[in-house]
Write a new protein. Structure first.
Lengths: 281, 288, 353
């Protein structure tokens, strides 16, 4: 670690900053969890009384469960499409020597700047004409449109963080473009891809308007149910849902961390992973 | 038989050519599922309720619309700045971690993403109430005697919005900072550069791609802020997304809604292009 | 001109082309084609969801299915989606519940089927609820509410001028609808002489108390801020306040000078099973289902006979009960359909200024 900046910055100041920062990030979750055990039918903190009735309500309520399932069934494929297309577009713009690369960038990020209700109004007739409003296909595509720029920007940054000379060197040494991508480019932009994919999934998971327009009438998603309660009356059941998702995501991420560690150490033993190792010093 | 150098040159050429071709699938996808719908939206802004510039006259007229568009851009800009200031040191800290520690830190960064923005905004409401957590803490610490009124107001709303946007800033920053070749910093150290110069002249320029990406992501996502400013912000904080949703969904005035959205898209695209020009000029020097 | 004409022409072409696809995607789910139609295999009714949806299921949808054998699928009632479906001639909904002022706007834009009052019995409905293209189905109130811990019993504002004269922090909805009406009443306008709304006067009245208004945005929010004492008094909807009051929260309300707002049933233009849609509405507006609904949610029935089936205690909480009707007034949905943009623009300009 010698030679980095950290050892000259007072470490206690940085530690205090980081602690406060994470307290800030976690505070809403920490407030929401106890509210889900409230004995009352409205949200309050600290909650008065303790009961599991909101969780029992959830267990008995098929609407909430199917909404949660819907949100995952839509979010995962949408994020996947966004990752593939967003990464392709980032490679093309950053490594393709395009003439109008700035214009291309502005066009690719444009979906982020159009309010969802307007995109929905424009997209609905197109989807209808193409016959794509079957099942979740329409909304998956709609969410992929919104998620693509997130991946694009994230992967572009990763690509810009190191010199294309690395790839050129590999190519000069006779690596095929695919090998070059898999063994040089991909390890370098892996975090950018993962970050973009996570943001794209999160965007889909919390999206309301496109989901309303592009699914059949019977389909409800979590944002829709929460929205209904917001106009009506928010009960601790929304806190219970949030708590379960919170716990689930922690579990999933913890599993990924364990699993990811295993694959990583395997990779480290392979000589080709050394590009990343050397880049990180 | 070609000389090795020639072959390499051709490879480079096909490398770039081949990469440019990668734009085809996402390009086609966006043309069908974004630009074609967008065209319909733009056309509608000129033809509903009747053909003409009426909707744009309303947007640029004496009503509240320009002010709302401006507020939206201003709020998005301020949120972006706050996120950058908070996230940069944190991302630096996170990017230095390794192995399990790195993963743990990233999990903490990602945790807020999984809670609905609506629920989080409601959570902040409960924090900032007069009988809320914050006021109780302030009073028990003896900092205030009577409850302070935070709601609705700038502190609560920016705390809420920055919280939503932080992961969008931290992720690209960390990705970019982890790509930085630390030997360069060591080299600067060996050559006798003091820490502030190592930071300003080596680390900061190398992290600019991440800064640029984070700023773009946060700013553009912030333009769509909807429920958080509505729940936590004061009456002046009327955001474009709220107004456009109201026009589209409640008054069914789609011509005006589409005109507002088109105007917002044009203004922000212009800002983005300007920003790209500035960033490219600065960022391209040290990297390439 | 040319472009819009061309657009229309291609639309028709495409329509025929994609008819089969659309039929599979939307209509096919709803009903078998007209060949074998004795009755539709199911009906689709869109609602606001939440507690409203539960009450509709208990009062209308369940009994309707029992009576006719036609199951009902429910879903979100997004206003813009109705317009999109009607424009594209791909209507999935047989009936939709909409806020009455939005229904009036939809009627004005030609998005709704005219209601068939030979099937729907108008004679039992209370005055002012039946319109050509929509009919109100339950009546709620925008009224004065207060926190009983912060406001001493007896000192709560009795009417809107008293609400305006109150010195504590008060809540109002951050929208022009309803808020402008109560602002005018607060300024002394008689409840029966509100329309046409004097927009300037309403804004001037609001300006007088601007400094201590808590502008709330959503139904769940007004309940929360009142329960937690963030405001001492507020304008609110009775459906938001009655429930917490029942479950012991420190809130109370009255219906004096309440502004009556309503949900309405509409049939989107081109709905797949028009006859059954009308029959469903007729059924839902009949006395028995209306009274069941009113026992589940504090929204008043529109059928006069339904009121006779309800207990005195229930009636006291219902905005459309005779006693409460007398001291309240209806929001003029057609005024808002015609003047909404003008009023909203003025309101937003004022509030952001």
């Amino acid at each position: 670690m010698s030679g980095t900046l950290g050892n000259r910055i007072p470490s206690y100041a940085l530690a205090a900053f980081v602690t406060l920062f994470f307290a800030y990030l976690l505070l809403p979750s920490l407030i929401i969890v106890p509210m889900s055990f409230s004995g009352q039918s409205f949200l309050s903190f600290p909650p008065s009384g303790f009961s599991l009735r909101w969780y029992q309500g959830l267990a008995a309520d098929i609407v909430w469960r199917s909404a949660a399932a819907n949100s995952f069934l839509i979010g995962i494929p949408a994020a996947f499409i966004a990752v593939v297309l967003g990464t392709l577009s980032a490679l093309a713009v950053e490594r393709g020597a395009l003439r109008w690369s700035m214009t291309a960038m502005a066009l690719i990020v444009a979906p982020m700047m159009l309010p969802h209700v307007i995109l929905a109004i424009g997209l609905y007739p197109v989807m209808l004409d193409l016959g794509l409003l079957r099942g979740y296909l329409g909304v998956i595509i709609g969410h992929a449109v919104v998620g693509l720029p997130l991946v694009f920007v994230s992967v572009s940054a990763a690509l810009r963080s190191y010199s294309p000379a690395l790839e050129l060197a590999a190519m000069t040494c006779g690596a095929s473009p695919l090998r070059c991508f898999l063994h040089v480019t991909f390890p370098m932009i892996r975090m950018g891809i993962a970050g973009g994919g996570i943001l794209a999934f999160a965007a889909s998971f919390d999206e309301l308007m496109l989901a309303l327009f592009l699914t059949g009438t019977g389909t409800r998603t979590l944002p829709r149910l929460i929205w209904e309660q917001l106009n009506d009356f928010l009960t601790p059941i929304v806190a219970a849902v949030a708590t379960l998702i919170f716990a689930f995501s922690l579990l999933l991420l913890a599993m990924l961390a364990v699993f990811g560690r295993a694959t990583r150490s395997m990779q480290a033993s392979l000589p080709l992973a050394s590009a990343e190792a050397s880049a990180h010093g | 038989m070609a000389l090795p150098g020639e072959a390499a040159g051709r490879r480079v050429w096909t490398f770039q050519r081949g990469n440019a071709l990668l734009l085809l699938p996402p390009g086609l996808f966006l043309i069908v599922f974004f630009f074609w719908p967008l065209l319909r939206v733009v056309v509608r802004s000129f033809v509903e309720p009747q053909l003409g510039l009426e909707n744009y006259a309303t947007v640029f007229g004496a009503g509240p619309y320009l002010r709302v568009l401006w507020t939206t851009i201003e709020v998005a800009g301020l949120v972006t700045l706050l996120c950058l200031l908070l996230a940069y040191p944190l991302a630096y800290f996170v990017s230095r971690a390794h192995g399990r520690r790195l993963k743990l830190l990233m999990i903490f960064v990602l945790v807020p993403l999984w809670t609905s923005v609506v629920i989080r905004s409601f959570g902040w409401m409960i924090v900032f109430q007069r009988q809320g957590v914050l006021n109780e803490a302030l009073q028990s610490l003896g900092l205030t005697e009577a409850p302070v009124t935070f709601l609705p107001g700038p502190l609560a709303v920016y705390v809420g919005m920055v919280h939503i946007m932080l992961p969008f800033m931290i992720l690209p920053l960390v990705a970019s900072m982890r790509g930085i070749d630390r030997t360069l910093l060591r080299a600067a150290d060996v050559l006798g550069a003091p820490p502030y110069r190592r930071f300003l002249e080596v680390f900061l320029p190398l992290s600019l791609p991440g800064v640029s990406a984070g700023v773009a992501l946060v700013f553009m996502t912030s333009l769509g802020f909807f429920i958080t400013p509505a729940l936590l912000g004061g009456p002046r904080m009327l955001m474009a997304a709220v107004l456009i949703e109201e026009k589209a969904n409640v008054q069914l005035d789609w011509g005006l809604a589409c005109a507002l959205a088109t105007t917002l898209l044009l203004i922000t695209t212009a800002i983005y292009l300007l920003y790209l020009k500035l960033m490219r000029r600065d960022a391209s020097l040290p990297v390439r | 001109m040319t472009s819009s004409k061309r657009g229309r022409a291609t639309r028709i072409d495409r329509r025929t082309l994609i008819k089969s696809a659309a039929a599979v995607a939307a209509v096919g789910m709803v009903a078998k084609p007209n060949l074998i139609r004795a009755k539709p295999a199911q009906m689709v009714i869109s609602t606001g969801g939440g507690a409203l949806d539960d009450a509709y299921k208990a009062a209308y949808f369940g009994p309707w299915t029992t009576k006719t054998g036609i199951p009902i699928t429910t879903g979100p009632n997004t206003g813009a989606k109705l317009k999109a479906m009607v424009e594209q001639k791909a209507v999935e909904w047989d009936v939709s519940q909409q806020p009455a002022e939005l229904a009036a706007t939809m009627a004005k834009q030609g998005l709704l089927e005219p209601l068939d009052y030979s099937i729907i019995d108008k004679s039992k409905l209370i005055k002012g609820v039946a319109f050509d293209h929509f009919v109100m189905c339950d009546i709620a109130a925008y009224h004065i509410a207060w926190n009983t811990k912060l406001v001493k019993a007896g000192s709560e504002p009795k009417d809107w001028p008293a609400f305006w004269a109150y010195s504590g922090r008060r809540g109002l909805w951050k929208r022009p609808y309803q808020t402008m009406e109560v602002a005018l009443m607060g300024d002394g306008v008689d409840k029966d002489k509100l329309y046409p709304l004097d927009i300037d006067r309403a804004l001037k009245s609001l300006a007088k108390i601007k400094s201590n208004i808590y502008w709330w945005e959503r139904g769940a929010q007004v309940a929360q801020i009142l329960i937690d004492g963030e405001v001492e008094i507020t304008a609110a909807w009775n459906g938001r306040i009655a429930d917490p009051k029942k479950s012991g929260a420190p809130v109370d309300f009255h219906l004096n000078e309440a502004l009556l707002v309503a949900d309405a049933f509409v049939v989107p233009k081109g709905a797949p099973n028009k006859k059954e849609s009308m029959e469903f509405i007729a059924f839902a507006l009949s006395a028995e289902p209306q009274s069941v609904f009113a026992q589940r949610l504090p929204y008043g029935p529109v059928n006069g006979d339904a009121l006779k089936l309800l207990s005195k205690e229930t009636l006291a909480t219902l905005p459309s009960a005779e006693e409460n009707l007398k001291r309240s007034t209806f929001l003029d949905v057609n005024w808002w359909a015609d003047n909404g943009e003008r009023a909203e623009s003025a309101f937003n300009k004022w509030i952001t200024g």
